[in-house]
Design a protein around this ligand. Structure first.
Ligand code: F6P
Length: 343
């Protein structure tokens, strides 16, 4: 068979491990040829590609990012996008595509499947917010990076008796914030799922002072929002091709508000893309490899429109539609389970 593969959306540690696993098994076990499209759906639309071989994918397992490049291109935003995808598949004699991505890339894959394109999905995102799978690769790596940052901020917060606010990624789901905050012993954790009350945040910080702890760590997901409009958060107005606004600003807004309301010296750190870069953890390498192997098997079984997913300890196939039906949020009970540890 001739198979196309692409990586779309925000990059994520473990993407190269998927590519390597697909290429190894496709060539060695099935005798396939693998075409790697450059920069996500853009490469498919523009016919920009390279042939992937066992040699060209050697040594990429521990490398962050994606050797194929990525973009947030949406074929459905081009008038002739779907037809161009179909044309490329037939011009290149491709039997099908493997799309590695998050809600946007897999959302496109799901629509293309509905439009008759043969595609299999592999879920990725550091945000861990895709449906249909228990966890996404990239999350574990981001979590380790955020936790290490919180550990480092702890010692400087304590030395200066400061409040340190850490803004982590997570547009609509607070998985990184909650898990890194719990792992790092944060005093306040703010997630997009639960609008926060700035008065309550300040109450928890003041309570620590009353108990003789003159520093605090506040972890906020970039998508955390204040309730009651009691705080102004600046956001950039631009949107990508999937309609997402660029977030950022909650960390600095919290810095200003906490210092103004409590009088305690406060500083913000925005972790940003540090969370997405660098080498994947062992867990993410293994998960990404397992998903890649399952994806190429699914191609050979003709399971188009499906996605490789982790359920408990098993890798299984689920419909792409399940993955993109809705964002997988942090359950409120899971957050509340930890709130006794705050302040
Ligand atoms: O979807 C993953 C993610 O890292 C989000 O957490 C974040 O909001 C977004 O991507 C940032 O996107 P970009 O790298 O395009 O600014």
């Amino acid at each position: 068979m001739r198979i196309g593969i692409l990586t779309g959306g925000g990059d994520c540690p473990g993407l190269n491990a998927v590519i390597r696993a697909v290429v190894r098994k496709a060539i060695d076990a099935y005798g396939d040829q693998v075409i790697g499209f450059r920069d996500g759906w853009r490469g498919v639309l523009e016919g920009s590609f390279e042939e992937l071989t066992i040699d060209s994918t050697r040594g990429i397992l521990p490398r962050g990012g994606t050797i194929l490049g990525s973009s947030r291109t949406n074929p459905y935003k081009r008038e002739d996008g779907v037809q161009r995808v179909r044309n490329i598949l037939s011009d290149f004699n491709l039997d099908g595509l493997i799309a590695i991505g998050g809600e946007d890339t897999l959302g496109v894959a799901n629509r293309l499947h509905g439009d008759g394109v043969k595609v299999i999905g592999v879920p990725k995102t550091i945000d861990n917010d895709l449906g249909g799978t228990d966890v996404t690769f990239g999350f574990d790596t981001a979590l380790h990076i955020a936790t290490e940052a919180i550990d480092r901020l702890h010692t400087t917060a304590e030395s200066h008796n400061r409040i340190l606010v850490v803004e982590v990624m997570g547009r609509t789901a607070g998985w990184i914030a909650l898990h890194s905050g719990v792992a790092g012993g944060a005093d306040v954790i703010l997630i997009p799922e639960i609008p926060f009350d700035i008065d309550e945040v300040c109450r928890l910080i003041r309570r620590r002072h009353e108990r003789g702890r003159y520093f605090s760590i506040v972890v906020a997901a970039e998508g955390a929002t204040p309730k009651n409009g009691l705080m102004q958060v600046a956001q950039t107005g631009s949107t990508d091709e999937f309609g997402h606004v660029r977030l950022g600003g909650i960390g600095y807004a919290l810095e200003r508000e906490i210092e103004a309301r409590t009088g305690f010296e406060t500083r913000a750190t925005v972790l940003g893309h540090v969370q997405r870069g660098g080498t994947p953890t062992a867990f993410d390498r293994v998960l990404a490899t397992r998903l890649g192997l399952a994806a190429i098997d699914a191609v050979h079984e003709g399971k188009w429109g499906m996605m490789a997913a982790l359920h408990s300890t098993h890798v299984e196939l689920v419909p792409l539609a399940d993955a993109v039906a809705e964002v997988r949020h942090v359950p409120v009970e899971q957050y509340q389970h930890f709130d006794v540890l705050f302040g």
